[in-house]
Structure formats: structure tokens, C-alpha cells
Design a protein around this ligand. Structure first.
Ligand code: G6P
Length: 608
């Protein structure tokens, strides 16, 4: 979704801002722009489409200055157009603003400003901010921004420059993340550390309702009530090279291949094999309460929601805890009535998904304790939960989530195992689970070694316009995740179904042009899944099976077979999801899609 990068330092701002924007491309956007200040002169440019469009527009254009603001926009109010792109400016072109988030009372404010004689150039809510800041300005930009913050409702992360306060950027946050980066070249402010990873890993997080005045050699943070805040820098474990392709054609493929390593990272230092118990330092602050917990709710969106759906089955298998899953965007509208000592676990790669954040805030209000399973260190969800466990999967750049899904499953398994071992799970069962977890990275590697075979299957079917994914129990959410992946990156219509439900509807669609991906590892669901496969075959539907190595019985029935090594039933999803990811990737490749930045999608969805 929208991205912000600002720079004030001792170097030319334009190339630094353009490079920062490119590093934010993965978040998803439809237009981009920047403004660079040189004394009292501010020059700006905006373009619809990719950053290269902006770059080519700027080719040969003189834009001197060592201070500037830049933005990638994902349209919410007004179509993607040059006039709707950011920066937005006031009537006299004194104030330039970039903005992430949504100003909810913008309509009322706009009407009021129009009555006062201000005409608007764009359809954006952001333009309201530019006019208000200009009207509130009496010489101190921070004061003008602070006053504007008190007039607007909704969410924002903003970067502002003013013609009459050269050398200063003012940034402010309510609901949309902003991070100040401290480097030898000067200061950065960005919505995402990726934008400045090349220059620094020393950062300061801005909290909600705070603003900061940032200059070349200083920054000063204060609250909306003008109280000065002292906050020291943190070091983020983000290496610039982690956000490079390193020889892979796409980040999605690179991240699929990283999974043996990222699963290893998720379990590293977290296992006590002899005791059959994981150790999870991050949840120790709430351990006394957590070990007594009997009711748990997993909330998330998108791929993280499907991880939660698998997690529910894993919790049911390993613990005595009554576990439910909530789709974050719906959860907060329910009449929540938690039993005592309920834990709500937010699962989120970015830690910034607006619906997930809203869900945990509502859960907190209703008395639940909060845990986070998050990848981005220092993100809003990691800060607003009582305790949590980080994925340690490194930056995920491909918009379609892959490696974080398997990290989330690994962490959910560790947590369930830890709680289960304090309940009825035996030492033998604990040791067996830990051994199986330790062997997963090698088994994942074996699945990846079939990439060429999966590519060939994709080549056979990528022209089919409708696909069905079927699974049962642990692999029902994998069917849904497989369908989601295919939709996201190849734009092929796909449905993920609980195999038992097929006969209640989707079976009407089966024909020789509609492939079914059947996820059928050797587990207690095997016989039932086999019957479902026969039902598809009898209606001449082609079947691609994802089955356990050596399953010759299924080989004879299906059209195409992808084998996964045997493991414990509740760990199968960590293997069966990989062929689904690869099928989606290769179909998208054959269809020549923009795999890492699919149309209309955003990596981090910061609006509800
Ligand atoms: C977006 C992304 C998905 C992701 C979902 C939830 O839709 O495109 O890949 O699964 O948001 O994101 P989160 O960061 O909360 O896991």
C-alpha cells in the first residue's frame, strides 16, 4: 500500500528518494511522486504507473536540493492520476504533503474549505491536509501540523515540507507507521525500513499521535499536546542484501526457496529436544496467565488467516485449549464475550494490517490478553500486544506471502507444543514432535527439488481459467491458500474448498477444462480424499494430486502427481503448501504476469 520516504542530509535528495521509492515498490502502488527543496524553491514531479515512469519524467530535469519527500500511492480516494498522486500542495504552493492512511472527515473539511474559497485540484483526502497546514502556518511548521492533527479524524502517516522553513521536514503519525532513520548521510523518515536499509539500520519508531521535526543533524519528537519526547535509537536486523534478488528472477520464487532456511530460523534456539518442550522467550512476560488459558482466538487476514486456520487444528491436536479463528475484518464487529483468561493471538507478517490491529484493540477492550506472531520487528502489532513471538523470516518482498506462511505455521506449532506439554501431551509425544520439526527444512528442500516437474505441470494447465483446490482437516486451509496464491499472482479464478463440501456446489463446475488440485497426504483423511478424487475423475475433471512419497495407489488414479515426504499429520501443511506456491508462481510466469507486484494488491494493507 502507500509508501513514504523522506530525506534530509548532505547529499542530493532526488536519487536517494528515487532509490527509496523503488525499495517500497513491493508494497503495491499505482502512482508515485516526489518534491525536493532547495532554499525557498520546491520542485516536484508525479507520474502514474511504476517508478520508472517517474524516473523517465525526471530525466534531465534539474532538481537540486538535499531535502525532500517522496511517495508511492495506492488509490483510495480518486483514481490513479497525476493530479491525485502525492505530494499534494496548497493553493500558494508553499506546503507539500505526502500521506499514508485515510482522513475520514475529509468530506466535511473539504466542503468547509471550499466555502471559504479554496478550490481543490485533486479528489484526494490528502489535499485537505495541505490546505489546512497552510492555513494553520504562522512561522512554525510543527505547530501548524499539530493544529491540523487536532482537526482531522482517521489515520495518517505524513511528511510535510514548507517553502518558508527550508531544511526541515515535519512528520506525524496516527495509525500509519513512520520510522526515523539515523545515518552518517543525514536523516530519513519512511513508512518501512526497506526504504532506508541501504543507509542505516539505526531507527527510532514514532508512536501514534506524535510528530517529529527532522533536520540534517537533529530530530525532535513531541506529542500532539506539544510534550517533548526523548527516545533512543534501536538497531533493526535488516540487511540491505536481504531485499535483493540474488540471482532469482522474482522475489516470490526466492522467498519460496528460502523456506527451509526461514523455518530453521523460526525454530533456532527455541527447542529443548531432551525435554520435548520448546522455549519461547517472547511470551515469558505472560506465561503464568498463558499456561492457564483454556480459550484462544487466532485473528488475521489473507494468508496469515489461513495459517490461523491450520493453527486451530494444531491447537486442537496438541492442547486442551478451545481455539477459534477470526477473520480480523469481521471479528471486531461481533458481539465479543470472552470467557475469563482468553488469549487473542494476532498473526501478521507486516504487523501493520489495519483490520488485524483494529481486531486486537477491540479484543483488548473486551478484556482479552494479546499475543502477536509477527515478522516485522517493532511493527504496530508487535508493540500493541502484551507479548509475542517473531518469525525471523527476514524481509518478504513478494506481495503474495509465502515464506511467512510456513514460519507462522512453525511458530503456531511451537506454541501449541509448549502449551500442550504443560497439559496432557507426553514427553514421548513432545520429543517426537520436536524431531519432526527439526527434520522439516530437509523435507522442504526435497519438495523444492521437484520445481521443474511442477513447472511442467503448470505449463500443461496454465491456460485453464478456473481451478479447484480440495483438502481436508489440516489441508483444508492449504486448499484455500493454494487457491488464493493462484488468484493473486496469475489472476486465474480458483476456489479452495473443504473436499467434503465439493458435492454441495463446486461439483457442478467440474469438466475437462477445470483442473482440481487435491491435497491428499497419507493421514486419517486419506480414504475420504480418495473418494472425492474419484468423484472428480468420474466427471472427466483433470486431477493434480499432492500426495505422500510412494503412494502408488493414487498415482494410478490421477493425471499428475506431486510427491511430498512423509511427516507427522499436523506438519503436512508445511510441505503440501510448497507445490501450491510453485504452481501459482509458474502459472503466473507462463501468463507473463507482474509476479512480485500483482495488479491492485498491496503488501501491507493499512486501510480497513
Ligand atoms: C495483504 C498481502 C497478503 C497478506 C495479507 C495479510 O493482502 O497481500 O500477502 O497475507 O495482506 O498481511 P499481514 O501482513 O497481516 O500478514
Amino acid at each position: 500500500m502507500c509508501g513514504i520516504v523522506c530525506y534530509v542530509g548532505n547529499k542530493d535528495a532526488k536519487p536517494i528518494l528515487l532509490e527509496g521509492l523503488k525499495r517500497l515498490e513491493y508494497r503495491g502502488y499505482d502512482s508515485a511522486g516526489l518534491a525536493v527543496q532547495d532554499g525557498e524553491k520546491i520542485r516536484w514531479s508525479r507520474a502514474v504507473g511504476k517508478i520508472v515512469e517517474l524516473e523517465s519524467k525526471l530525466n534531465g530535469v534539474e532538481m537540486k536540493g538535499t531535502i525532500g519527500i517522496a511517495h508511492t500511492r495506492w488509490a483510495t480516494h480518486g483514481e490513479p492520476s497525476e493530479e491525485n498522486a502525492h505530494p499534494q500542495r496548497d493553493r500558494d504552493e508553499n506546503v507539500f504533503v505526502i500521506h499514508n492512511g485515510i482522513i475520514e472527515n475529509y468530506h466535511t473539511l473539504r466542503k468547509k474549505l471550499e466555502r471559504e474559497g479554496i478550490s481543490f485540484r485533486s479528489e484526494t483526502d490528502t489535499e485537505v491536509l495541505a490546505h489546512l497546514i497552510a492555513l494553520n502556518f504562522t512561522g512554525d511548521l510543527s505547530d501548524a501540523v499539530r493544529k491540523t492533527m487536532s482537526q482531522v479524524e482517521g489515520t495518517f502517516g505524513i511528511g510535510v515540507i514548507h517553502r518558508f522553513t527550508p531544511g526541515e521536514i515535519v512528520v506525524a503519525r496516527r495509525g500509519s507507521p513512520l520510522i526515523i532513520g539515523v545515518s552518517d548521510e543525514g536523516h530519513f523518515v519512511a513508512s518501512d525500513v526497506a526504504a532506508m536499509a541501504r543507509y542505516t539500520n539505526k531507527v527510532v519508531h514514532l508512536e501514534d499521535n506524535e510528530l517529529a521535526s527532522v533536520t540534517v543533524d537533529d530530530f525532535s519528537i513531541s506529542t500532539a499536546q506539544a510534550k517533548h519526547i526523548v527516545r533512543s535509537t534501536e538497531t533493526v536486523e535488516w540487511r540491505a542484501q536481504d531485499a535483493e534478488l540474488n540471482g532469482f528472477p522474482h522475489f516470490m520464487l526466492k522467498e519460496i526457496y528460502e523456506q527451509p532456511m526461514t523455518v530453521k530460523n523460526a525454530i533456532r534456539g527455541r527447542l529443548e529436544p531432551g525435554e520435548g518442550v520448546p522455549k519461547l522467550g517472547g511470551i515469558m512476560p505472560v506465561w503464568d496467565k498463558l499456561k492457564e488459558c483454556r480459550h484462544m482466538v487466532l485473528v488475521a487476514c489473507g494468508t496469515s488467516h489461513y495459517a490461523a486456520c491450520v493453527g486451530k487444528y494444531i491447537f486442537e491436536k496438541l492442547t486442551e485449549i478451545d481455539t477459534e479463528v477470526g477473520l480480523a475484518s469481521e471479528f471486531r464487529y461481533r458481539k465479543l464475550n470472552f470467557p475469563p483468561n482468553t488469549f487473542v493471538i494476532a498473526i501478521s507478517q507486516s504487523g501493520e494490517t489495519a483490520d488485524t490491529l483494529a481486531a486486537i484493540r477491540e479484543a483488548k477492550r473486551k478484556g482479552a490478553s494479546l499475543l502477536g506472531i509477527v515478522n516485522v520487528v517493532g511493527s504496530s502489532i508487535s508493540r500493541e500486544t502484551d507479548a509475542g513471538i517473531y518469525n525471523h523470516a527476514g524481509p518478504e518482498i513478494g506481495v503474495a506471502s509465502t515464506k511467512n506462511f510456513t514460519s507462522q505455521l512453525t511458530i503456531l506449532t511451537l506454541l501449541a507444543l509448549l502449551l500442550g506439554r504443560h497439559q496432557s501431551l507426553s514427553l514421548t509425544e513432545g520429543i517426537q514432535a520436536i524431531r519432526a520439526l527439526e527434520s522439516l527444512p530437509d523435507l522442504m528442500q526435497r519438495v523444492l527439488s521437484q520445481a521443474n516437474h511442477i513447472e511442467a505441470i503448470s505449463e500443461k494447465y496454465y491456460r485453464c481459467r478456473n481451478w479447484l483446490f480440495l483438502g481436508r482437516k489440516y489441508n483444508y486451509p492449504i486448499a484455500m491458500e493454494g487457491a488464493l496464491k493462484l488468484k493473486e499472482v496469475s489472476y486465474i479464478h480458483a476456489e479452495g474448498y473443504a473436499a467434503g463440501e465439493m458435492k454441495h456446489g463446486p461439483i457442478a463446475l467440474i469438466n475437462p477444462e477445470m483442473p482440481t488440485v487435491a491435497i491428499i497426504p497419507k493421514d486419517e483423511m486419506y480414504e475420504k480424499m480418495t473418494s472425492n478424487i474419484h468423484e472428480v475423475k468420474s466427471r472427466k475433471g483433470p486431477v493434480i494430486a499432492i500426495a505422500t512419497e510412494g503412494d502408488d495407489r493414487i498415482r494410478d488414479v490421477v493425471d499428475d502427481l506431486i510427491e511430498v515426504p512423509a511427516t507427522l499429520d499436523f506438519l503436512n501443511p508445511l510441505l503440501t503448501v510448497i507445490p501450491c506456491q510453485l504452481l501459482a508462481y509458474y502459472c503466473a510466469k507462463f501468463l507473463d504476469r507482474d509476479i512480485d507486484k500483482p495488479r491492485n494488491l498491496a503488501k501491507s494493507v493499512t486501510v480497513e
